[in-house]
Design a protein around this ligand. Structure first.
Ligand SMILES: Cc1ncc(C[n+]2csc(CCOP(=O)(O)OP(=O)(O)O)c2C)c(N)n1
Length: 349
């Protein structure tokens, strides 16, 4: 395709194929979240939490991550709004439906955790937790291992704005930035301006959370997380810095929360928030890269696929009681019959 100074497509530094790939993944992620919400509302799950409104940022993060297992690759300490990142890495959306339905074939937790709590050891995706922010105090550990092993892997840790009030966030600032012992950590705050129902304004003295990094000698940046092209440029710069300098970086990305906090607040669409997907589609259409019809067809295709998958998942079985010990770190039964027997014979001696 030839471009001229008047061609709107020339406005992007990214290749059209890449822009369309990002768009495809954003649509796939949005449709997945909407399917999960529908499943929840139909009684096919107990709770929904996810990231509709964060697709622009999260998809690009996944595309830029060096995927693999072990310290030579990037570690991802994510949170419960990260489906876009995982789909961009290549995760199967049906696995998210399996976790929502709590069936045995859920690869993340064997049907025992609720939606949005993924873990993919093969890709260094550490378990996503319900307690918010703990990922920030765990992240320096993988970064330290990476620094010691000397490879190109970096540690990426992400969470919301309200959680930065927790001590774990300060732990990450301190441990990542010790002079002469800095760690390759990309700290990300996806700021949707709310902690459940608490607005940002009432909880922060600082204007930008990212500014806290400056006191620790960190590079920082505040970005519009709703614009995937902008995100691509900013994340590429930040990751490159962390990878080559082996020093921390704190990025704050402004994002939207399109369906409220979770099913606990109704999970209904909030038209008052900026929608990164409709914004991006308008841009791509204005540049002649995709038509409105093609956007609708793509959405319809994924909607149909996931509708069919949700019907299949409904027929699958819940986990067997004895699998309760799977997917936990301890490999010893400390409370069952075997443990009681051992304790008794200890006492008999
Ligand atoms: C340690 C801990 N405290 C409180 C909660 C309850 N809680 C769940 S989500 C949440 C708000 C998180 O807000 P934010 O960090 O901004 O992330 P968001 O969900 O908005 O992406 C709270 C307080 C929790 N899960 N864990």
């Amino acid at each position: 395709m030839t471009t001229t100074a008047h061609d709107p497509a020339a406005a992007s530094a990214l290749a059209p194929e890449l822009l369309l790939r990002i768009h495809d993944l954003m649509v796939k992620t949005r449709v997945l979240e909407e399917r999960l919400i529908t499943m929840y509302k139909q009684g096919d799950g107990y709770f929904w939490i996810g990231g509709p409104g964060e697709e622009a940022f999260n998809v690009v993060l996944g595309l830029l991550t060096h995927k693999g297992r072990g310290p030579a690759y990037d570690y991802l300490h994510l949170h419960y709004r990260s489906a876009g990142t995982l789909l961009a890495l290549g995760a199967n959306p049906v696995d998210f439906l399996r976790q929502m339905k709590n069936i045995a074939s859920d690869p993340f937790s064997g049907g025992r955790n609720f939606a949005g709590h993924s873990v993919i050891p093969e890709w260094n995706v550490v378990p996503i937790t319900s307690p918010i922010e703990v990922q920030y105090s765990i992240a320096p550990g993988t970064a330290l291992a990476q620094k010691r092993s000397g490879g190109k892997g970096i540690t990426i840790v992400q969470g919301g704005d309200a959680g930065t009030a927790e001590g774990d966030f300060a732990t990450c600032l301190v441990w990542s930035s010790r002079r002469g012992q800095e760690l390759p950590v990309l700290m990300i705050v996806t700021n949707n301006h709310f902690g459940i129902s608490t607005p940002f304004e009432g909880q922060h003295g600082e204007t930008y959370i990212a500014d806290r990094g400056k006191a620790f000698g960190m590079r920082t940046e505040v970005i519009d997380g709703n614009d995937p092209e902008n995100v691509y440029a900013a994340l590429s710069r930040a990751m490159d810095y962390v990878r080559t300098e082996k020093k921390p970086f704190l990025m704050e990305a402004m994002v939207s929360r399109l369906y409220g906090h979770s099913s606990a607040s109704g999970a209904n669409y909030n038209a008052g928030e900026a929608d990164c997907l409709t914004r991006f589609e308008a841009k791509l259409q204005a540049r002649g890269l995709i038509t409105a019809e093609a956007c609708e067809q793509l959405r319809a295709k994924y909607t149909q696929e996931l509708l069919e998958a949700s019907k299949r998942v409904r027929e699958e079985l819940p986990p067997e009681p004895e699998t309760i010990w799977n997917h936990i770190f301890a490999d010893t039964d400390h409370v069952g019959d075997a443990a009681r027997g051992a304790a008794k014979s200890e006492g008999d001696r």
